[in-house]
Design a protein around this ligand. Structure first.
Ligand code: CMP
Length: 167
């Protein structure tokens, strides 16, 4: 029900229907979601009110190994936060990155409105927090630690890219 409801209200797009399954059965209640959010280090400092707000705008989903979460060049509509498992980011034939629990992907398109910069594939079964693009900026406002983490990550990637250009 949650998946269908979220497709209908636009939080989860239809093109991820075959990939994402609601975690832990069809009924993930708000309280259970809040409990899971509390376990995520970046949300540790959040108040109960913030966690409730977060639970309203996030979905907890599972994706099987080898599923493609996004493809380079496609429009971006969601932000993904990894709760469990690892994902492979295929930036170019020569550049790949691995992301694990506590890391995220899909932020770049939501920040600048440009197409996806890379293809992201589940390397293992993944448990994800999925946030629809229209909730992305409110999320950053609600959790400034996440905004800081995103900025630090982008800065690190820029340094790495410049380093490899100059190498
Ligand atoms: P976005 O461009 O929306 O979609 C592809 C995502 O892959 C991108 O956001 C980032 O989250 C991620 N990504 C792109 N380049 C890198 C990189 N060099 N290292 C790790 N992740 C990346």
């Amino acid at each position: 029900m949650e998946l269908v409801g979220r497709m209908l209200d636009g939080s989860i797009p239809y093109d991820l229907k075959g990939v994402l399954q609601p975690s832990a059965g069809p009924l993930v209640g708000q309280d259970e979601k809040i409990e899971r959010l509390q376990e995520v280090p970046i949300f540790e400092g959040c108040s109960r009110r913030q966690l409730r707000a977060l639970a309203r705008i996030t979905g907890v989903f599972d994706a099987p190994a080898e599923s493609v979460l996004m493809r380079a060049g496609e429009p971006g509509r969601e932000f993904f936060f990894i709760l469990d498992g690892s994902a492979r980011v295929e930036v170019s034939p020569r550049k790949r990155a691995r992301l694990g629990p506590g890391e995220f992907f899909g932020e770049m398109s939501l920040l600048d409105g440009q197409p996806r910069s890379a293809t992201v594939v589940a390397e293992t079964p993944l448990r994800l927090l999925v946030i629809n693009g229209r909730h992305f900026w409110p999320l950053l406002k609600e959790v400034p630690e996440l905004a800081q983490s995103i900025m630090a990550t982008l800065s690190r990637r820029l340094r790495q890219a410049e380093k490899s250009l100059n190498a």
